[in-house]
Design a protein around this ligand. Structure first.
Ligand code: GTP
Ligand code: MG
Length: 210
């Protein structure tokens, strides 16, 4: 199977953690970002894409990721001669604050600075748990990104937790809540690597144009 995939991740490694600009990595690579509520599976998706277990720290406790974490991934694309590299960026979850309001405000500020000033940001993967209706914070984040012209790919995570029919039902509900009938939503399971090759295709198509 793996040999037939069009887009192959050849390597993945942790590069840097940042809470301010000076800590962003130096290389000028295209960036693809994972965003979503705490515990939705952002870090797990990074591990599933790279196939490196434990590369991004995962926890059943929400609020695990507290910094902007940059991972450098190498990519080989069928019929493309040169290998490509990009940063896959893991963000702290929104909708959760361990230490109260003030911390939440601080958090939003450094994430916001990153999202609004990063010159090589290609698109944001916005993760939503397939079992739940998107919450006001999800819809708010989606609109905030779209208003700023940042392309968003909605990913419905933990798809292994429900059957195919329920997945389709949940995806229609998501489209209704977002108010976009034709919104493309990718079901994903980090546990089973479901949706992985579709996401890699999107990444490959993006990198070809960089
Ligand atoms: P924060 O860093 O706290 O914002 O969370 P996160 O979005 O990075 O979530 P994380 O990847 O740490 O996963 C949260 C929990 O969900 C962990 O217990 C994971 O094992 C579980 N999980 C993540 N993805 C999947 C999936 O595809 N299937 C199943 N069954 N569980 C998953
Ligand atoms: Mg995380």
């Amino acid at each position: 199977m793996a040999g037939k995939e069009r887009v192959i991740i050849t390597q993945g490694q942790y590069v840097a953690s940042a809470v301010k600009k000076e800590q962003y990595p130096e290389k000028e690579l295209p960036e693809i970002v994972c965003i979503g509520r705490s515990n939705v599976g952002k870090s797990s998706l990074i591990n599933s894409l790279t196939r490196v277990k434990g590369l991004a720290r995962v926890s059943s406790q929400p609020g695990k990721t507290q910094t902007i974490n940059f991972y450098e991934l190498g990519v080989r694309i069928a019929d493309v001669k040169d290998r490509k590299s990009f940063y896959l960026v893991d963000l702290p979850g929104y909708g959760y604050a361990k230490t109260g309001k003030e911390n939440r405000r601080m958090w939003a500020k450094f994430i916001e600075e990153y999202l609004t000033t990063s010159p090589r940001l290609q698109f944001v993967c916005q993760l939503i748990d397939i079992r739940h209706e998107p919450m006001a914070s999800d819809v708010g984040m989606f609109r905030w990104l779209v208003e700023r012209g940042i392309p968003v790919l909605v990913i419905a995570t933990k798809a292994d937790k429900i059957g195919k029919n329920a997945q389709n039902r949940q995806i229609s509900i998501m489209r209704k809540v977002f108010g976009i009938a034709e919104l493309s939503i990718l079901p994903y399971s980090s546990l089973k690597n479901e949706g992985r090759s579709d996401l890699l295709d999107v990444i490959g198509d993006t990198l070809i144009q960089c």
